[in-house]
Design a protein around this ligand. Structure first.
Ligand SMILES: Nc1nc2c(ncn2[C@@H]2O[C@H](COP(=O)(O)OP(=O)(O)OP(=O)(O)O)[C@@H](O)[C@H]2O)c(=O)[nH]1
Ligand SMILES: [Mg+2]
Length: 308
């Protein structure tokens, strides 16, 4: 597998800081991307939870395939019911579009409902209700800061479509109900599979200069052609054979060349402009312009090349 450094020093430092801050929180929300819920969960976070109330928040549901998202919701609900799977007081899962106001209303209501006991305890002691302290963690670019700004109702923390924008832990007050802890997106030191490496690159969770765009685009084609063959062939008017093996780099590369010609992205000399085509594909995929396509599924395994 290509040697790329997606785990800069600030992530290791931030993980330590998160660990030190867990005890101050009532509730932990982990964000992951609805299109790649497995690849976008940091396996190190599980050790942080320490019997807290926990919610897995699948963001960007507006960009994901709704049928796949529903299956993932069922998958995690079942997983969280099993003992020993997750070391929390309670665990739930929700899928939202963080940019949608009614989804934000729902999550606000859910946080309050899940912390009703904290509120009631304070009331029974005749105390003023203190804000519920919520830690929001997750890998880069999964909407943590956007969620915090939406819950607060104004731009309090920086947001961008690039990964690695938030660099330090930051407590923010949202009305009298919540205190929210924004945290830097944290990945883990070693990716185990081609699947997670590709999915993270396609979705924009790792920096774009770590892998060539052509490889990321070939990865996207490899996944789409296996998961959404009809939609993929309609998008670019390509012929797909039902029996062909599309799980290798070579066929993805050939498709990329064909797409370059279909989009008329030709270099001087008549060669396909593969870099421009790749950038276009990835950008449009990330914006949801190609369609609502998920990258992984709980009920089927895709075939990946052995290395990138
Ligand atoms: N379509 C869509 N875009 C979203 C959603 N949530 C966040 N975004 C976009 O995703 C990008 C990343 O959002 P951020 O809030 O900066 O992500 P973050 O998790 O704080 O990222 P880091 O600080 O790098 O860890 C921004 O361009 C947001 O507008 C969502 O639910 N749907
Ligand atoms: Mg952020």
């Amino acid at each position: 597998m290509a040697k790329i450094n997606w785990f800069p020093g600030h992530m290791a430092k931030s993980l330590k800081e998160l660990r030190n801050n867990v005890s101050k929180c009532d509730y932990i929300i982990e964000t992951c991307d609805s299109r790649l819920p497995l690849s976008s969960r940091n396996p190190q976070f599980n050790k942080l939870l320490k019997q807290k109330k926990y919610m897995l928040l699948m963001t960007k549901s507006d960009l994901a395939d709704p049928a796949a998202t529903q299956k993932w919701l069922n998958y995690f609900q079942e997983l969280f019911q099993k003992k020993n799977e997750i070391s929390t007081e309670s665990a739930s899962v929700m899928a939202i579009n963080v940019l949608d106001k009614s989804d934000i209303k729902q999550i606000r209501a859910r946080i309050l409902a899940d912390n009703q006991d904290v509120i009631e305890r304070a009331q029974s002691r005749g105390r003023r209700i203190r804000p519920i302290r919520v830690m929001i963690n997750g890998i880069p670019n999964t909407g943590k800061s956007t969620l915090i700004n939406s819950l607060i109702g104004k731009k309090s923390t920086q947001v961008s479509n690039r990964p690695g924008v938030t660099r330090s832990i930051n407590w923010l007050r949202a009305s009298t109900d919540f205190e929210l802890m924004d945290t830097p997106g944290i990945l883990w030191p070693k990716f185990e599979t081609v699947q997670e490496q590709l999915n993270l690159a396609i979705s924009g969770a790792i920096k774009d200069d770590l892998l060539p765009f052509i490889e990321i685009a070939c990865g996207l084609i490899l996944i789409l052609v296996q998961s959404y063959p009809e939609e993929f062939s309609n998008l670019f008017n390509l012929d797909l054979e039902a029996t062909a093996d599309y799980s290798n780099w070579l066929t993805s590369y050939e498709f990329l060349e064909k797409i370059a010609f279909k989009l008329n992205l030709i270099q001087s000399g008549g060669k396909p402009g593969l870099d421009r085509t790749s950038r276009r594909l990835i950008t449009e995929y990330r914006q949801g312009k190609l369609g609502r396509f998920s990258l992984e599924f709980p009920d089927r395994k895709l075939i990946y090349p052995v290395s990138i």
